[in-house]
Design a protein around this ligand. Structure first.
Ligand SMILES: *[C@@H]1O[C@H](CO)[C@@H](O)[C@H](O)[C@H]1NC(C)=O
Length: 313
């Protein structure tokens, strides 16, 4: 099955390897049935799309500089870095700083779509994500919308309007590593989640079978639906085939800690620190748009020096 969301495998593999060597090699048993055989989005998107979003203001960065994350991502996606727009999106429920978003000019998802859909995720969950970005779909992408959540950054690839479940799912990966799990280690790779899946006869959908973290992120998306749209236990077919997973996910992100439950008056209590700002390149430098900003080459050199120092220490 083609993944609906590109997975955060790189980030997860790195943290999982540091922790345990068994976790990454297995996934939920393929014999489990699927609660949503046509994919979770087909069931949950209309309800999640209709959620209110936190109001925001938008400040576009002057052409010439970019967050290094956006610069690197543009290179990786084959987007001309001079055609990347960056914005500070400041949500009214977070006064600790903006969420920085960027998009390639050819991305089908516009900046207001991005800010609106991400703003549907309650602030206590949203605050665990650093950058949000939108890009054209890749040439070999089969699903018109794909996304990933890697290193707490969300990438949206292709036609992802009216697919709010994608944002909840990707925020789920950051919660797995930082808010429910600790210090970057995914909670869903532990024994507790495996045991729950073993006790249940189904998982959320086909994509949930690709790894334990994907199955957890899908259950968290269902928990968000439960908390903000409609009691999930009232849906047909019943979710009782995955009751052990749902009870845990609802406890983790709704009842014990309202990470995915919108509560009136909620505000952020943390953000990730800003990362480096880089110059788009020689044309921007020549246009005088990069005064006081290191060229990306200068930053890469500095990073290389740090690494070399570590080797010599
Ligand atoms: C974006 O936010 C950062 C961090 O608060 C700030 O330093 C910068 O001036 C802002 N840029 C724009 C264009 O608002």
């Amino acid at each position: 099955m083609i993944p609906k969301y590109l997975s955060a495998l790189l980030a997860l593999t790195a943290s999982a390897l540091a922790q345990s060597t068994t976790s990454t090699t297995s996934a939920p048993p393929s014999t489990k049935t699927e609660w949503a055989p046509n994919g979770l989005g087909a069931v949950l998107d209309s309800g999640l799309n209709g959620l209110p979003h936190s109001p925001y203001t938008k400040d576009k960065w002057t052409w010439g500089t970019l967050p290094k994350f956006c610069f690197d991502k543009a290179k990786a996606r084959g987007c001309d870095v001079y055609k990347v727009e960056a914005y500070n999106i400041t949500y009214s429920d977070c006064n600790l700083g903006p969420t920085v978003m960027c998009r390639c000019e050819d991305a089908p998802v516009g900046i207001d779509d991005l800010a609106t859909d991400f703003g549907k995720v309650p602030v206590k969950g949203r605050q665990w994500v650093r950058y949000v970005s939108a890009w054209a779909p890749s040439g070999d992408q089969i699903d018109p919308c794909a996304a990933d959540g890697s290193d707490n950054n969300i990438g949206i690839y292709g036609f992802c309007n009216n697919k709010a479940s994608v944002y909840f799912h990707e925020v789920g990966h950051s919660l797995d590593s930082w808010a429910v799990g600790n210090s970057g280690s995914a909670w869903s790779l532990g024994q507790d989640w495996r045991d729950r899946i073993n006790l249940d006869s189904c998982v959320a959908d086909g994509y949930a079978k690709s790894s334990y973290p994907e199955s957890w992120a899908q259950a968290v998306t269902m928990a968000a639906y439960h908390a903000n749209v409609q009691n999930i236990w009232t849906l047909q077919p019943t979710v009782s085939c995955m009751a052990n997973q749902m009870n845990k996910a609802i406890d983790q992100v709704v009842n014990s800690n309202p990470l995915m439950k919108r509560v009136q008056g909620q505000t952020c209590n943390r953000i990730w620190p800003a990362e480096a700002t880089v110059c788009m390149g020689p044309e921007a430098e020549a246009a005088g748009a990069c005064a006081g900003i290191s060229g990306v080459q200068a930053i890469e050199k500095a990073e290389k020096r740090t690494v070399e120092k570590r080797f010599f220490a």
